[in-house]
Design a protein around this ligand. Structure first.
Ligand code: GLV
Ligand code: MN
Ligand code: MN
Length: 426
């Protein structure tokens, strides 16, 4: 949606050029605006981010986790920092706005704060977090996870489809895997963290509202199921005599869908990969792997997903004589935004006359991990037709400028706000 904006046209031009410039860094062999973590377009794009931060008057460095930090010095550098930012990596075949808006927007907000000449009482850190999107290692939010000291050595042993470990990928990118969690700026509790982001869903556009204030971020449970049946001749083995791993996996795909459809509140369930070991079309499949995930902000429903899906998939597979092994992992638990930060964003929006609504996030964000370090909030702006993680992803520049104006007011108000410490995950 487009609001008639009264905001600085210079700001709009800078935001627009930021989005357009970053879109140039992409893997031209893939669809859309692909800039995956550790790839060469991603590496190159980070020089653009550093330059844009410097040009905005920020002091720039890269921390041990690979996050790019732009610091706007406050009056008391020893006071807990105020932090804002997002990510500039994209999913394979992704768009130009997811994460990018929160980095380009945060740099613009810091620039506007500096240009008004009013120094904040504490440091403002603008962060471009390393690799937020879930990657070939199946792990999201690398930079924020490491800063929050939640990245484990087991995570570094995860392997991609070529057998390369995450630790090796860090080394190849020029980062020391043994030092990733030694992030100085995140050692002490933060004063607050706030992230500007596109909604990635249709709610704001449908409600004709330019702004959402995030209440909670979805929890994510993922699993890889391995179906083991029996390899047999596809021409001579009767249908009733087969132990077909593919059929058991097909039943499981539908079971995952039924689980999402049956959520009492909002819940979603997706299967993203089904892979068979069998390469010959004339062999009954004996080994199939499937990757699925389930998301919701409803903790009690999400908490039961593992038990319900495991028993349903096992029961269906048993009908075909197929065994199933499960590897479950929690990408993140449900995280609630700080009510204090939500209130500050709401009064910033009200002061600017910007209508808003409270909204849960169905996507995960770096904010999940920052919430362990301090009070966390997120500001959403509309996504055209709710499209995201695809080339059609779009947000109007006037809406982005509106979001940045709210971010500027929010940062000023957060600087002096007395906030309750980080909210514990329920
Ligand atoms: C990231 O965008 C996610 O929600 O997986
Ligand atoms: Mn994102
Ligand atoms: Mn994303």
């Amino acid at each position: 949606m487009t609001t008639s904006s009264t905001f600085d046209t210079g700001a709009q031009e800078r935001l627009e050029s930021g989005i357009t410039d970053l879109a140039e860094y992409r893997d031209t062999e893939r669809n859309g605006w692909t800039r995956e973590v550790f790839s060469s377009p991603y590496r190159d794009s980070r020089q653009w981010t550093v330059a844009r931060m410097r040009e905005a008057g920020l002091e720039v460095y890269t921390d041990h986790a690979g996050n790019i930090i732009g610091r706007l010095a406050g009056a008391n550098p020893n006071a807990p920092s105020l932090v804002t930012g997002s990510h500039t990596d994209t999913v394979d075949g992704g768009g130009r706005f997811d994460g990018i808006v929160g980095v380009v927007g945060a740099i613009e907000a810091a620039r506007q704060l500096r240009e008004t000449g009013k120094q904040l009482s504490r440091d403002l850190l603008v962060v471009d977090f390393l690799g937020e999107e879930s990657n070939v290692f199946g792990l999201s939010c690398l930079g924020s996870r490491a800063a929050a000291r939640e990245l484990t050595t087991a995570d570094l042993d995860r392997q991609d489809y070529r057998g390369v470990s995450l630790g090796q990928a860090y080394t190849d990118f020029g980062l020391d895997p043994s030092a990733l969690t030694q992030v100085q700026w995140a050692r002490e509790p933060l004063h607050a963290f706030v992230e500007l982001h596109i909604e990635q869903g249709p709610t704001l556009e449908q409600g004709q509202l330019p702004l959402g204030i995030v209440t909670a971020i979805t929890g994510i449970e993922r699993f890889i199921a391995t179906f083991s049946g029996s390899a047999d001749h596809a021409g001579t083995t009767a249908m009733t005599d087969r132990q077909d791993a593919m059929i058991a996996a097909a039943e499981a795909v539908l079971a995952v869908r039924r689980e999402g459809c049956g959520a009492p509140n909002h819940g979603v369930a997706t299967t993203t990969r089904v892979e068979s070991e069998s390469r010959s079309p004339n062999v009954v499949p004996s080994l199939v792997r499937m990757t699925s995930e389930v998301r919701s902000v409803d903790t009690s429903w999400l908490g039961g997903v593992k038990g319900r899906l495991t028993s349903e998939i096992l029961a269906r597979a048993a009908e075909y004589g197929v065994d199933v092994g499960f590897d479950w992992s929690t990408d993140n638990e449900v995280v609630h935004a700080s009510t204090g930060v939500q209130d500050v964003v709401a009064s910033a929006a009200d002061t600017l006359g910007i209508p808003w609504m409270p909204i849960p996030s169905g996507a995960t964000h770096d904010a999940v991990h920052m919430a362990t370090l301090g009070p966390m909030g997120m500001i959403f702006l509309p996504s055209k037709a709710g499209k995201s993680h695809c080339p059609e992803e779009w947000s109007d520049i006037s809406d982005i400028a509106t979001g940045v104006a709210v971010l500027v007011h929010t940062l000023k108000a957060l600087d002096t706000a007395d906030l309750a410490p980080a909210t514990a995950t329920p």
